[in-house]
Design a protein around this ligand. Structure first.
Ligand SMILES: Cc1cc2nc3c(=O)[nH]c(=O)nc-3n(C[C@H](O)[C@H](O)[C@H](O)COP(=O)(O)OP(=O)(O)OC[C@H]3O[C@@H](n4cnc5c(N)ncnc54)[C@H](O)[C@@H]3O)c2cc1C
Length: 390
């Protein structure tokens, strides 16, 4: 993309200048603005967003405020060892506490926040044995998990056909857009919607940010465009890949799902909204290559699998009618951990990206961590951009 001299509204005057420019108006971008202004209320901050605030994954997700499933802990444990796996889990616990303390406060109803816990359901005896062993390990680490019998799963979550489940008491769910709106009201940053950034150039110690409307300048730039990062900074092409996620929402049903659930065999998750709609997402495993795309559309094969799941596993879902179907893009790194920090070989440019399917459970704390890093505090090794070669 490029912009002509005639179209560039800043070409015949000085570019608008800010201390910080944040690119991307999702949960990561808004959270970064929040922590920057907390550090220094006098900072002049702008957020540049291609569409509208929350138009990306932050306004399209399932709203799990999550540390993850039992399966997620199993993977972390295999990848990093128990101590680091627990530290990563606790990072999300801190994220939830910070969201409650700084954003949700006493307005849980305003943002539809419910502290329900979450449940990882076991589809086979093999999964169930693995989950029970992991639950014991998690308990030994101070993580509050316990076993749920098939009878309890039916009573509390309305599902049949599972061997058991592991409940983690920490998680909850939220209305993602209402959360963003509340966070936005706390910001004094100027937000420029419908501003697509197509280049960041460095001249005389300043960054010039070219958009489809005008050019801005800033002392520091923080790029929080998640899956789209390689389209803004091409050196990230090997480190952040897009992955589409799809969701189906039914017409309202009687209340029967107590809280968010994971069926990780199908990368599947579900919950019921306070107004009764059953939300179910996942099944990317059915078309994993096709879902590695920037295209924002739903597909027949995945939506069919989601509806089949509703009809076959939920007692009250047999005659459910579809109300909404949508998709959104996640950003994945090679090791499934976020990337935070100063971009090598560029001056004053930082990133937050790659929060996969966990951005609501990570980004508020990740933004705080990046802002601390800009002020000299070391990054956790699993998040540090320095683990990749540029
Ligand atoms: C279907 C689905 C379900 C999910 N469910 C959950 C869940 O239940 N719990 C959970 O924790 N996480 C979940 N996630 C993941 C979570 O939504 C993301 O990790 C999180 O929203 C990422 O936030 P972000 O601010 O980094 O990115 P985004 O929300 O994607 O924001 C990036 C923004 O950058 C803008 N942008 C892109 N390019 C440019 C440009 N060139 N110039 C200017 N702006 C630009 C985009 O328009 C977008 O608004 C889910 C994701 C999907 C897709």
């Amino acid at each position: 993309m490029s912009i002509s001299y005639w179209l560039d509204q800043s070409a015949q005057k000085n570019a608008l200048h800010y201390d910080y420019i944040i690119i991307g108006g999702g949960i990561a971008g808004l959270s970064t603005a929040y922590w920057l202004q907390k550090k220094d209320p006098n900072l002049k901050i702008a957020i540049l967003e291609k569409h509208g605030v929350g138009y990306g994954a932050s306004g399209r997700n399932a709203g799990f405020v999550t540390a993850g499933s039992t399966e997620h802990y199993i993977k972390l444990n295999a990848q990093f060892g128990t101590a680091k796996a627990t530290e990563i889990w606790q990072f999300s616990e801190t994220n939830r506490k910070l969201l409650l303390e700084h954003v949700i406060e006493d307005a849980a109803d305003e943002v539809d926040f419910r502290h329900t816990g979450s449940c990882t359901v076991a589809p086979s005896e093999e999964h169930w044995e693995k989950y029970k062993t992991t639950a014991k390990l998690m308990q030994s680490q101070g993580i509050d998990v316990h076993e749920v019998t098939p009878e309890e799963m039916h009573k509390d979550y309305g599902v049949t056909g599972f061997v058991g489940g592991i409940q983690y008491t920490g998680d909850g769910y939220i209305h993602p857009i209402k959360l963003l709106q509340r966070l936005r009201r706390k910001l004094h940053a100027e937000i420029f919607e419908n501003h697509e950034v197509f280049a960041i150039e460095e001249k005389s110690g300043r960054s010039f940010i070219r958009t489809n409307h005008e050019t801005f300048s800033a002392d520091k730039v923080i790029v929080t465009v998640n899956a789209y990062l390689p389209l803004v900074l091409e050196e990230f092409a090997s480190y952040v890949k897009p992955g589409r996620g799809q969701i189906l929402l039914t017409q309202p049903l009687p209340a029967f799902v107590k809280g968010p659930c994971y069926l990780t065999k199908h990368l599947c998750y579900f919950r019921q909204l306070p107004t009764g709609e059953l939300l179910i997402g996942g099944f990317r495993n059915l078309a994993i290559q096709e879902e590695e795309t920037y295209a924002d559309n739903t597909t027949e094969v995945i939506q069919r699998a989601l509806l089949d799941f509703v009809r076959s596993h939920f007692t009250l879902g047999k005659d459910a009618h579809v109300a909404y179907q949508w998709s959104g893009l996640m950003g994945y790194t090679p090791d499934m951990q976020m990337i935070l920090g100063a971009v090598p070989k560029r001056k004053n440019t930082y990133v937050i990206a790659g929060c996969s399917g966990h951005g609501m459970g990570l980004s508020f704390n990740a933004a705080r961590t990046l802002v601390e890093n800009i002020h000299g505090v070391a990054l956790p090794s699993n998040l540090d951009i320095a683990r990749f070669k540029f």
